[in-house]
Design a protein around this ligand. Structure first.
Ligand code: FES
Length: 128
């Protein structure tokens, strides 16, 4: 067993600086995270749409549309998240504005520490 190596993937991944974020302007932050699949841990590239909601608060949405998993983006003109596949739209809070998406965007656990945005495990449901 190697000292300093743990089998458990780190719970919190730093993804960027809080200073990069403006309230009301979701920012896509890319990061790598470890994913445990039984005994096997693989590193995968993913992203989160991070929204600053307070001086020291952020929410982080998982990158896949809750309809069929397409990558959506923030549409600055419409002021909503827009999925290009079947044109679902979501509000700044992740709630469905128009379907076919059946539920709000999924969220990662997220927190701010020392000015850094940290992303934790995904939590399904997206309830505010
Ligand atoms: Fe996003 Fe269908 S996958 S609307």
């Amino acid at each position: 067993l190697l000292p300093g190596k743990t089998r458990k993937p780190a719970a919190w991944t730093p993804v960027g600086e809080l200073a990069e974020l403006q309230p009301g302007a979701p920012t896509e932050m890319m990061f790598r995270r470890n994913r445990a699949d039984g005994w096997k841990v693989t590193s995968e590239k993913t992203s989160a749409w991070v929204v600053k909601t307070g001086d020291n608060d952020v929410v982080a949405f998982a990158p896949g549309c809750t309809h069929l998993g397409c990558a959506y983006h923030w549409d600055e003109q419409g002021r909503h998240f827009l999925c290009p596949c079947h044109t679902s739209t979501f509000g700044l809070d992740g709630k469905v504005l128009s379907g076919p998406a059946p539920r709000p965007l999924d969220r990662f656990e997220a927190k701010v520490q020392n000015g850094k945005v940290l992303i934790g495990p995904i939590r399904k449901g997206g309830a505010a």
